[in-house]
Design a protein around this ligand. Structure first.
Ligand SMILES: O=C(O)c1cc(=O)[nH]c(=O)n1[C@@H]1O[C@H](COP(=O)(O)O)[C@@H](O)[C@H]1O
Length: 237
C-alpha cells in the first residue's frame, strides 16, 4: 500500500517515544515532523534517530523568523541534516524567505502563513483584521514570489491558496482533526478528507494519531480514508 500524504507531528517529550511513534506510523505515512520540542531538547541528532532504518522523509519544523542574515545562517546550520522540508514564517518577509531558500537548495522551504491555532478574534488582536483567508492568500503570493516551494496554511484556506498559487506549490495543512476529534488548541480546523479534497498535498497530524491508543492503527485508518477520497476525486494518495 502506498503511504498516505501525512506528516505525523512527533511532538514528544523524549526521543524514545518519538522514535517509537515514527516506527509505528512509517509504514502508513510518507513523512514525520520534528518540531521545536524535540529539536531544542536533543539537537540535530534527533533527525537521524527518527529517520531510523526506514529512511522516512523528515520535515524539520523550526519556524524560523528573524532578519535575513540570521535566518540564512540558521538554514546553513541545518542544511547538512538534509530535511525534506524546513519551515520559516512568511511574515518574516520576502528577503528572509529568499535567504532560507538560497541557503538550502536541497530542501523545500515551507512558508507558514497564519498559525492554525489563531481564531479570527486572535488575529484581530495581533493586527490582522478581516477574513483570515485574505491575509493567508496575500502571504502565500508573497512567499511564492520569494522562492518558497511550499506553504503552510489551515485546511479552511487551502482551496483559496491553491487558486492563488496554482498547481506547482506544495500545500501543507496542520489543523487537521478527524470527525468528532477534539480541536484542542487548534482554531481553524477541518477533517483529513476535506483537507485533501480541497487541495492539500501533505496533512500534518499530531495528537489525533500520537495520542491514540494505537498510533499505527490510527494512522492506517486515516490513510485508508484518504485513499477513498483520492479514488473519488483523483486527488493525492
Ligand atoms: O508548521 C506547522 O507544522 C504548524 C503550523 C501551524 O500553523 N499550525 C500547526 O499546528 N503546526 C504544527 O502542526 C502540528 C499539529 O499538531 P496537532 O495539533 O497535534 O495535530 C504541531 O506540531 C504544530 O507545531
Amino acid at each position: 500500500m502506498t503511504p498516505a500524504p501525512i506528516a505525523v507531528a512527533l511532538d514528544a517529550p523524549d526521543l524514545e517515544t518519538a522514535a517509537h511513534w515514527a516506527s509505528l506510523v512509517t509504514p502508513h505515512v510518507t513523512t514525520v515532523k520534528v518540531g521545536l520540542e524535540l529539536y531544542l531538547r536533543y539537537g540535530p541528532d534527533v533527525i537521524a534517530s527518527v529517520r531510523g532504518a526506514s529512511g522516512v522523509r523528515v520535515f524539520l519544523d523550526l519556524k524560523l523568523h528573524d532578519i535575513p542574515n540570521t535566518v540564512a545562517g540558521a538554514a546553513r546550520a541545518v542544511a547538512r541534516l538534509k530535511p525534506a522540508i524546513l519551515t520559516v514564517h512568511a511574515t518574516g518577509g520576502p528577503a528572509m524567505i529568499r535567504a532560507a531558500v538560497e541557503a538550502m537548495p536541497n530542501t523545500q522551504i515551507a512558508a507558514v502563513t497564519l498559525l492554525t491555532s489563531l481564531s479570527e478574534a486572535d488575529l484581530e488582536q495581533v493586527g490582522v483584521s478581516g477574513p483570515p483567508e485574505d491575509a493567508v492568500r496575500r502571504l502565500s503570493a508573497l512567499a511564492v514570489a520569494a522562492g518558497a516551494q511550499a506553504l503552510v496554511c489551515s485546511p479552511r484556506e487551502v482551496a483559496a491558496v491553491r487558486a492563488e498559487v496554482g498547481p506547482g506549490i506544495t500545500l501543507i495543512t496542520p489543523g487537521v482533526r478527524p470527525a468528532g476529534a477534539a480541536s484542542q488548541d487548534q482554531a481553524r480546523v477541518a477533517t483529513p478528507e476535506q483537507a485533501l479534497a480541497d487541495g492539500a498535498d501533505l496533512l500534518v497530524i499530531g495528537r489525533p494519531i500520537t495520542g491514540s491508543a494505537d498510533p499505527g492503527a490510527t494512522a492506517a485508518g486515516i490513510a485508508a480514508a484518504l485513499r477513498r477520497v483520492s479514488a473519488a476525486t483523483g486527488r493525492g494518495a
